[in-house]
Design a protein around this ligand. Structure first.
Ligand code: SF4
Length: 332
């Protein structure tokens, strides 16, 4: 994936586009899913919006024969892993993920060879091949529970996100956890000093922080130092952010994750002033799913996602082990 990728363009998200998209969705017996980081017009036309794992589970439970997944490639792959009998389309297969790309199956096999007795825990932002090499998957909601379920004397290999790994290590107090040094370029750009400055400008605001952010550690530090009250700092998956938006009494909220999230939060609680900690935190891969790309996908049945059945079966086992441990909540 490179910065020179040009998204499909030339289609306005007007009423005619909306009618045509919905007509084609019906005609194809499809369910249209949109991740929380998608463009607002894509979120608004979808049957369901949410985080990656919640959407994959909706897809698996849906009676539709085709899943159109507006998100990045590993998310559509996860839908295919959980729904092997359905046709899964992603409107632009070039929509990758810098975090998922930060570890390959070969990297993981080599790491496992160095720690042959370790249990491998992988975040859902990984390819099907990496999931197939994984013992238990996790989301940002349940990463702590998944690691805590592993006997204390067992080494753990945690990948690929170093910030989520640091959060899990801190909460579990475990010192036999090895953390892969991967990161998402968008989340890593949301940093502690920026968060501290924004928090000091608005001391009454809640802080909603995604644990993949470089600032998750800073947010906990600010709370620990009493710079912001600890009850104001909420480390949440994107799905839990929507729930918390409906529950909080705060009048304003600083949000530390990809800026597409603001759309769902504002819809969930229009009376709250939601502001991004870093308003440049936009994922260019997520934004490749344009109105033109979605129309092309529905008209031409593209791009179809394939996962070979053996890889899918092994990957599915690591996702199912996670589900057996507890409520998966949401991933990104
Ligand atoms: S925001 Fe980061 S982790 Fe999420 S899809 Fe984009 S590159 Fe991947």
């Amino acid at each position: 994936m490179t910065a020179t990728l040009t998204p499909y363009s030339g289609v306005e998200p007007d009423a005619a586009w909306r009618d045509e998209v919905r007509r084609l969705v019906e005609q194809r017996d499809a369910v249209l899913l949109a991740h929380n980081y998608q463009l607002p017009e894509i979120q608004d036309i979808a049957d369901f919006t949410g985080d990656s794992l919640a959407l994959s589970r909706i897809a698996a439970e849906s009676s539709a024969s085709t899943i159109v997944f507006c998100g990045v490639h590993f998310m559509a792959e996860t839908a295919k892993i959980l729904s092997p009998g359905k046709t899964v389309l992603i409107p632009d297969e070039r929509a990758g993920c810098s975090l998922a790309d930060s570890i390959t199956a070969a990297d993981l096999r080599e790491w496992k060879a160095q720690h042959p007795n370790a249990v491998v825990v992988s975040y859902v932002n990984t390819t099907a091949e990496v999931k197939a090499e994984t013992d238990i998957c996790c989301t940002s909601s349940n990463a702590v529970d998944v690691v805590a379920s592993i006997p204390a004397d067992k080494e753990v290999l945690f990948c690929p996100d170093q910030f989520l790994g640091a959060h899990v290590k801190r909460v579990t107090g475990r010192d036999n956890i090895h953390i892969w040094a991967g990161e998402c370029h968008v989340h890593a750009a949301i940093n502690g000093p920026e968060l501290a400055e924004r928090a000091s400008q608005d001391p009454s605001a809640d802080l909603f922080v995604h644990p993949e952010c470089g600032c998750a550690t800073s947010a906990l530090y600010l709370a620990g130092e009493g710079i912001v009250p600890s009850e104001k700092v909420k480390i949440l998956s994107t799905g839990d952010m929507v729930k918390e938006a409906k529950a909080t009494n705060a009048r304003s909220v600083l949000v530390a994750t990809e800026i597409g999230m603001l759309h769902q939060l504002r819809k969930a609680a229009p009376e709250i002033d939601f502001r991004a900690v870093n308003d440049r935190a936009s994922c260019r891969y997520m934004k490749m799913i344009t109105p033109a790309a979605l129309l092309r996908s529905l008209r031409e049945n593209k791009d179809e996602v394939h996962v070979d059945p053996e890889t899918a079966a092994r990957a599915r086992a690591s996702v199912q082990r996670m589900i057996e441990i507890g409520q998966p909540g949401g991933g990104e």
